[in-house]
Design a protein around this ligand. Structure first.
Ligand SMILES: [Zn+2]
Length: 208
């Protein structure tokens, strides 16, 4: 894949959803772009700087080998994405035109978080000419179709863990627990007879 675009509703969704796969794709020479639609200022504890999550995002994406120029940050208010659906769609249409990605990663279309679901449904409109894979955020998925697997090696897994560890302001969130992250990757590895893997839903796949 030459150009890969990661759509993250909030900072850290992309690292959790496909951090190992980003590391693998970067290693094989893909150019990766990361778009975060909110830095969640409203969700930060009051004693932290408003740009804390932005700084942590830049550290995390750097850790995965994504250059700063390929990180795009929008400022939609957390939990209110459905109100801005049309603006988000228009942002995505511009991203599609300017970047021309070969592959887009987004949250699962079945994700029940309103911001995640908005990103997934608008992405299916904006990127219908592009291969689209949906990533897993298990605490927001009532169900998930295990369809497309990316086998990972230890270094990909370690880079994913290192990237998620960059979110110091989010320490204590149970889904950022290292054992949980490593356990999911190991579990998906067992499903396809390898050591580690990440898994995705496929909403559109174009074989060139
Ligand atoms: Zn999120």
């Amino acid at each position: 894949m030459k150009k890969v675009l990661i759509l993250a509703p909030h900072t850290d969704d992309g690292e959790f959803g496909c951090g190992g796969t980003i590391a693998k794709l970067r290693e094989s020479g893909s150019e990766v772009y990361y778009v975060a639609f909110s830095t969640c200022e409203k969700s930060l504890p009051e004693n932290l700087q408003p740009d804390t999550l932005k700084r942590e995002l830049l550290k995390a994406t750097n850790c995965l080998g994504i250059p700063k120029k390929n990180v795009i940050i929008y400022d939609y208010p957390v939990r209110d994405f459905p109100k801005f659906r049309q603006d988000i769609l228009e942002n995505m249409i511009v991203l599609s035109r300017d970047i021309k990605p070969d592959l887009v990663f987004m949250p699962s279309i079945q994700d029940i978080h309103q911001d995640h679901h908005t990103i997934a449904s608008e992405a299916m409109r904006a990127f219908k000419m592009t291969s689209i894979l949906g990533y897993e955020l298990p605490w927001n998925n009532y169900s998930f179709r295990n369809q497309v697997f990316f086998p990972l090696n230890t270094s990909h897994v370690d880079l994913k863990v290192a990237a998620t560890n960059c979110y110091e302001s989010q320490k204590g969130r149970n889904y950022l627990d290292e054992n949980y992250i490593r356990g999911i990757i190991r579990s998906h590895g067992v499903q396809i007879g390898v050591e580690f893997a990440e898994v995705f839903e496929t909403d559109r796949f174009i074989i060139k």
